[in-house]
Design a protein. Structure first.
Length: 351
């Protein structure tokens, strides 16, 4: 499932043709949205994943010829609302948001719609409200992949702790629901212990400590965000004498989500076993790509794109470009997985 190079083909669906047409203009600084002032609100800067996204935004903004005005809402919906108002005051023609509370952002989206300012959301899909495009990966597939990997590796038996994200976020709900449904349907011999964390590493560490004390026979862990949970989880396991390589009877099989450089190193070192690489680089690239297209008045439709993704319509009038997010393992031997050293992974490209 290696990332393909951009190429337009006659067999591509309407969406791909539109994307390709837009792509031909993306390096210009003139028409088609180039040179426009775009507002980008960063959702937070307290995880390695989002810090990576923040680094990619100006890089792709420059490539697309955009004048970026940025803010950081620090996982606070009130700050997001205030930041958007400030960005509008600076004359932005479009806005990129990554709302962590996908229900509470609706009034802000409504206000932007009234002002005819298009919005692209990245990583999350708002529960209600209109946006031009959602740029994310299939988060239900994250939960499904984690379930399958753990279920197969543990041969359908044992106990697994799931460090859940915030259920106020569609990402937390998608990953949790898909993981639980997959386990219930396919691995009935595995007990899932859900640990709500609100994406907070310290909360996850405390709950994992308690879980290990009550369940010394814990076999697996699913971390829904490596950027938040990797370091705290490894610290807890080290304290408990459970940070041991695969093959050791005390080893706990761990799969994560994010694909940050530290996860790649942890997989290579045998500290964790797998991750699903959430494309921080492509999130930045295509969030800006679509907001440029929005300002230019371009239209898209469901179908395959020319950048190895699929545009879907999760509800009437809303489009979502689901970018590729591959499973990563140490040796790439697990079906449809990449090696942790694969240079196509963004987590191996950051110095």
């Amino acid at each position: 499932m290696k990332r393909k190079t951009l190429a337009a083909g006659a067999a591509l669906a309407t969406a791909a043709l539109l994307v390709s047409a837009c792509n031909n203009d993306k390096t210009s600084s003139g028409g088609g949205g180039g040179g426009k002032v775009i507002g980008v609100d960063y959702p937070r800067s307290d995880t390695d994943f989002w810090n990576s996204y923040i680094k990619y935004v100006p890089q792709y903004g420059k490539e697309l010829g955009l004048d970026l005005k940025t803010s950081n809402s620090e996982n606070d919906i009130a700050k997001l609302t205030a930041n958007v108002q400030a960005l509008v005051g600076q004359g932005v023609k479009g806005v990129v948001l990554a709302p962590q509370d996908t229900a509470a952002v609706t009034p802000t989206l409504d206000q932007l719609k009234q002002k005819k300012i298009p919005v692209v959301t990245v990583d999350t899909r708002p529960d209600k409200g209109d946006v031009y495009m959602v740029v994310r990966a299939d988060n239900k597939a994250y939960g499904e992949k984690a379930c399958r990997f753990l279920g197969d590796t543990l041969k359908g038996k044992g106990k697994v702790a799931m460090l859940e994200g915030d259920l106020a976020s569609i990402n937390g709900r998608d990953r949790t629901d898909a993981f639980n449904a997959c386990m219930a349907a396919n691995y009935k011999g595995i007990k899932v212990i859900g640990l709500p964390t609100e994406w907070k590493g310290d909360v996850g560490a405390n709950k994992l400590q308690t879980t290990l004390a009550a369940n010394p026979d814990l076999n697996g862990i699913y971390m829904q965000a490596g950027g938040a949970f990797l370091a705290p989880t490894l610290n807890v396991l080290k304290q408990k004498g459970r940070l041991v390589p695969p093959g050791d009877p005390k080893h706990i099989t761990i799969i994560s989500n994010d694909g940050i450089p530290e996860e790649m190193k942890a997989i290579a070192a045998g500290q964790i076993d797998a991750t699903v690489s959430q494309p921080a680089d492509l999130y930045a690239k295509y969030a800006l790509y679509y907001i440029k297209a929005a300002v230019a008045g371009q239209k898209f439709a469901p179908g395959k794109t020319d950048h190895d993704s699929t545009i879907v319509q999760p509800r009437p009038g809303l489009l979502e470009d689901q970018l590729p997010a591959p499973l990563v393992t140490k040796d790439g031997a697990y079906p449809n997985s990449l090696k942790s050293t694969d240079t196509s992974l963004w987590g191996n490209q950051i110095k």
